[in-house]
Design a protein around this ligand. Sequence first.
Ligand code: FES
Length: 180
Amino acid sequence: MAHATHTDGELDLEPLKRILERDFRYDTHQDAEELILGACQEAQNLYGWVPQPAAQVIADHLGVSVNRVYSLLTFYADFRTEPPGKHFLLLCHGTACYVMGSQRLIATLRDEYGITNGEVTRDGELTLQVVNGCLGVCDLAPVIQVDHHTYCGRLTPDRLRETLEALKRGEPLEERNETD
Ligand code: FES
């Protein structure tokens, strides 16, 4: 998805301000409070995450403190307060995947890539999300879904490393997917 940044990569806050002016009007402080989540969602749609200047614009528009905006942003796991990595990893930690060793994959990502649930690697390449619900492909357990579409299954720590390094090199993952 294209996000609202200037060509030099600087954040363009004007689209957010226009949306807030147009769609986020209120009469009372209570009304404004109820609009915070929706305004944050608009910012995330525009930028792919909610940068601090956008949170400040929302706070200023709604007449609430930026701390109040952040308290909601950090309460709801769907919001991002740091830029997403280039690639998105959804690691299944449901029952079948747990039994087949998803914990070892989580440990590998933590110890070797420095990320736990919701975090982005230092190089900005990978975002990790861990789900406790089943992804519906238990025959591939333990499994990760990459970039919302490709399942890489029956992973060991070694195969996970290989998969991630291939991803970083820009190699197509389909060849590494044992479902194919
Ligand atoms: S428990 Fe992981 S895919 Fe079903």
